[in-house]
Design a protein around this ligand. Structure first.
Ligand code: PEP
Ligand code: MG
Length: 747
């Protein structure tokens, strides 16, 4: 880069910073900035356009265009050259603007006399803020050097915008991060919550984007890069022996930390006059923009890694980040791009709600949120950029909607909704000790699903008769290595203690598919949901399964033990798992340990194949539990995690209900106790329909026990069965409309 350009650029940035530091209103400052830039770039025109809403840009200051056009001229995103710069997040550089594709003449600006046009986006970490434009009469292309210089200026402006420097009059200059924003995501755990934003990873604020002494800034960058390399090496050393994927991410980090291209670009930015942190952020911003445009999932992942490592570098440079000294607000609602299950558990029940930009319904975070019964919305794009610590926020887990900085009318309507739910909870509390007996006299036993010790206190409050499904994988997912037998035995014993003699059905480790242990080597699988998971892993590599069975047997010590195997697809698999239980009991007996008082061994029916297993299977199992989440996805061949298809097929579809009916009949023929423990059991309408098809045991989230019991006590299951059969005979696809009609006035 020519020395002169470098000095010019540094001079401009310094003057810019000094101008920004001078007192004055937002508008005055902007005017001064545009004249400064025009002067330094030797152009007749410099204009700043800012967004007044996500779709519209407004001319906010200009040197060289008609003054009257300021705060009047507006364009839509993608409209005209300015709109195109904003939409594409890329500079446009032309010596002949009027003949450029998309040019739109704005008569009020008087810009017809200017031929050349250079526009660059003003954006911070992928967030579009506006467009910076220079124009001149002379018909010439701007040099690469000039484009680069203007980009650096735009970067500094973006930082200053973030710091609230341009707050002034006019819509586009209103204070950022003050308006209400609505986010539509996907519900991953139901419930409604009102609270205040807690950013899991608070944004690093770059307070001085301009560096006075390039040499000193370079040294700061080099030192931080050295620290970064060391910390990545440490992480890699610690990750030895862990899962391939985890190490791959760290290897990518290392690659970036040693990347000459990345370092060189940041050094060039510093030479132009940026501070070390502003240089890091400029590159990060570019990566974010590319990330948004990249279709290739591999490239997106790598850009994501670059984004993460940039954050680490920023924290090293600024000393900000995790230890910012901020304290958790009242009623904290956690906002993050994504979060691991271990970190979420550390927050525990302190959180009122969780909103993530990424994540999936079956992700570990979702499993933990569900276990903690904290409303969770996922897929709320850009919320981590938009929200500030402490902002008021409403989370509607049912609708998958989040209101950030809501208007008072929205808040009060929301509070009404929460109050109504609280009233309903009171109603449910009043029937807590009553049986779930329908009007026809049939009694359905209701149990709860759990996965953490912390779930157990809900057992008494919910009115559940026991734990119908204890998911044991969480203890494995949140650790960095396989838990020890002693630890597990102690935990399972505490769970049984807390259940106070009520039945707890422990499901053996259900890993694979979406639940991947970071420390376990796994083969690459083309379709993990149909792959090496659950009992298949347990039978092929029995070490962990046997250890877990030993822990369960020791925990029971004189008490009844119920164990079930997940994802059994054929009888032989169940036989294999059952034999392991019997062998371990025998081994424990030989070792002189106290054995369980009784042992029940059950199977989860999660694949259609098992419904057609030989009679012997139904005779051999002590009980069967339908894992409806998986069963439904395989029945309809619709991935439970894929938003495009997961709601496509109704649980009350006639084919599915008929299938459930067949399973009920087979179990009845062999006197095999049957229950249903997928999420659908906790949905009141689904629950009564299952009961009408003959299911007499349901296991669900603790919060669903009340609503399900309430509705069950108000319906006659024989009548409901007739309604379902009527709809089926009439050839309906789903019985839902008929059931809803019938329910009117009954509940
Ligand atoms: C199910 O599949 O219905 C189930 C209960 O198991 P999980 O959701 O843990 O796969
Ligand atoms: Mg399952």
């Amino acid at each position: 880069m020519p020395e002169r350009a470098e000095t010019e650029s540094r001079k401009l940035l310094r003057r810019l910073r000094d101008t920004l530091a001078e007192p004055g209103k937002g508008q005055e400052r902007l005017d001064r900035i545009t004249s400064l830039i025009a002067d330094s770039m030797r152009t007749e025109v410099c204009s700043i356009y800012l967004f007044c809403d996500p779709e519209t840009l407004e001319l906010c200051a200009t040197e060289g265009l008609n003054e009257e056009a300021v705060h009047k001229t507006r364009m839509r995103l993608g409209e005209g050259l300015v709109g195109r710069v904003a939409r594409g997040s890329k500079p446009i550089n032309t010596g002949d603007a009027p003949s450029e594709r998309g040019f739109r003449y704005m008569p009020e600006t008087g810009e017809e006399i200017f031929s050349s046009f250079l526009g660059v986006p003003i954006q911070r970490l992928g967030e579009k803020l506006g467009v910076l434009v220079v124009q001149s009469k002379e018909a010439r292309q701007f040099s690469d050097d000039e484009v680069y210089a203007l980009e650096v200026v735009a970067m500094v402006l973006a930082e200053m915008t973030e710091l609230g420097v341009f707050v002034g009059e006019g819509e586009a200059m209103g204070a950022r991060h003050k308006q209400p924003v609505l986010f539509r995501g996907v519900c991953a755990q139901e419930g409604a919550a009102e609270g205040n934003v807690w950013l899991h990873e608070p944004r690093v604020v770059v307070t001085n984007p301009v560096g006075d002494d390039p040499q000193a800034e370079l040294e700061r960058l080099t030192k931080a890069m050295d620290q970064l390399r060391l910390s990545v090496d440490d992480l890699l050393a610690a990750a030895n022996g862990t899962g391939l994927e985890h190490r791959e991410v760290l290897e990518t980090y290392r690659m970036f930390a040693n990347s000459k291209g990345w370092t060189r670009r940041m050094e060039e930015d510093i030479a132009r006059g940026l501070s070390a942190e502003a240089a890091v952020e400029k590159e990060q911003s570019l990566a974010r923009t590319r990330m948004e445009q990249a279709n290739d999932p591999y490239l997106r992942d790598r850009l994501h890694d670059l984004d993460d490592i940039s954050n680490r570098l920023l924290r090293l440079l600024t000393g900000q980040g995790h230890a910012t000294g901020a304290v958790l607000p009242d009623n904290p609602i956690l906002i993050a791009r994504n979060i691991g299950p271990g970190e979420l558990l550390e927050y525990g029940r302190k959180l009122r709600g969780i909103v993530l930009e990424e994540g999936s319904v079956g992700s570990h975070a979702a499993i933990v949120a569900r276990a903690l019964a904290i409303p969770l919305v996922i897929g709320a794009e850009r919320i981590a950029t938009e929200a500030l610590n402490g902002d008021p926020i409403l989370v509607d887990g049912e609708q998958g909607v989040v209101h950030l900085r809501p208007e008072e009318t929205v808040s009060s309507a929301f509070r009404d909704k929460i109050a109504m739910q609280a009233k309903a909870q009171e109603r449910y509390a009043s029937i807590r000790d009553k049986p779930a007996q329908a009007l026809c006299g049939s009694v359905v036993s209701l149990h709860m699903n759990a996965g953490l010790m912390a779930d157990l206190p809900s057992l008494a409050g919910s009115g559940a008769e026991g734990v119908g499904l204890f998911r044991t994988e969480l203890q494995f997912l949140i650790r960095s290595q396989v838990p020890k037998r002693g630890e597990l035995a102690a935990l399972y014993a505490r769970v049984m203690d807390a259940a106070g003699g009520k039945r707890v059905v422990f499901r053996t480790l259900d890993i694979g598919s979406d639940k991947v242990l970071p420390y376990m080597r796994r083969p690459e699988e083309p379709n993990p949901a149909l792959g090496w998971r659950a009992i298949r892993v347990g039978l092929d590599k029995p070490g962990v399964m046997r250890m877990q069975l030993q822990a369960l047997i020791r925990a029971a010590a004189g008490r009844p033990l119920s164990v079930m195997f997940p994802f059994v697809a054929q009888m032989e698999e169940f036989e294999g798992g059952r034999q392991h239980v019997l062998d371990e009991i025998e081994r424990e007996r030989r070792l002189g340990h106290i054995l369980p008082e009784t042992v029940e061994i059950g199977a989860m029916l999660e694949t259609p194949s098992l419904a057609f297993a030989p009679d012997k299977f139904f005779q051999m199992t002590d009980f069967i539990s339908i894992g409806g989440n998986d069963l439904k996805q395989f029945f309809f061949a619709a991935d439970r995690e894929n938003e495009l298809v997961r709601r496509r097929y109704d649980t009350l579809n006639v084919s599915y209900l008929s299938f459930i009916e067949q399973i009920v009949a087979r179990c009845r023929d062999h006197d095999t106790p049957l229950s249903f423990c997928g999420e659908d059991a906790g949905r009141p309408i689904e629950a009564i329909c299952f009961a009408a098809m003959g299911l007499r045991s349901l296991s669900m989230r603790p919060a669903s026990v009340g609503p399900v019991k309430h509705i069950l006590r108000r319906v006659n299951l024989d009548d409901l069965r007739q309604v379902i059969e009527g709809a089926r005979d009439a050839g309906e696809m789903s019985v839902r409309p008929a059931v809803m009609e019938w329910l009117k006035g009954r509940v």
